[in-house]
Design a protein around this ligand. Structure first.
Ligand SMILES: [Zn+2]
Length: 159
């Protein structure tokens, strides 16, 4: 399970709207609580895939290093990553799995359709190594209570 406060959750979804029609990406900082990962910070990163930013993403190694340092300084760790799928489902692709290497971390994907964030899903990268790694569906719990997915937007949120 991935636990995240509503403002952080909204921020990572909004990031995908802002970079549309390109993929956004970023790092989730936080801590582990049993089987759950608790997000305490969303770190926006630039998409390093300038050749194909509409359907690929890569977090710059320098930015990743910065994220690790920041997490360590807070006594926390990297618990996940997020990116968007412009006009594609919030499901992982074979490329997403091939390029995921952080076992035990959450990979969050938001579908952004026509510039509007829709469903958000999270997948836990399970397995013991590169040979048997796999994504498992996991629940996102927003703000400690309400179920996530495609929350309705109130009028006040429209920009
Ligand atoms: Zn993807």
């Amino acid at each position: 399970m991935l636990r995240i406060d509503s403002p952080l959750y909204q921020d990572l979804r909004r990031h995908g709207e802002e970079t549309y029609p390109h993929e956004c990406c970023g790092v989730l900082l936080g801590r582990r609580a049993g089987e759950a990962r608790v997000v305490t910070g969303v770190l926006r990163c630039g998409n390093g895939r300038h050749d194909s930013p509409q359907n690929r993403y890569v977090i710059d190694p320098g930015e990743l290093l910065r994220a690790e340092k920041l997490a360590r300084g807070r006594g926390e760790e990297i618990v996940g990553f997020y990116h968007s799928h412009p006009d594609h489902p919030a499901r992982w692709s074979p490329t997403d799995l091939a390029e995921a290497h952080w076992l035990g971390c959450s990979y969050v994907i938001t579908r952004v359709a026509g510039g509007r964030a829709e469903a958000t899903s999270s997948f836990l990268l399970a397995g013991l190594g590169e040979e048997d790694k796999r994504f498992q569906d996991e629940e996102i719990r927003v703000g400690g209570g309400e179920p996530a997915g495609a929350p309705a937007r109130s009028q006040g949120e429209l920009r």
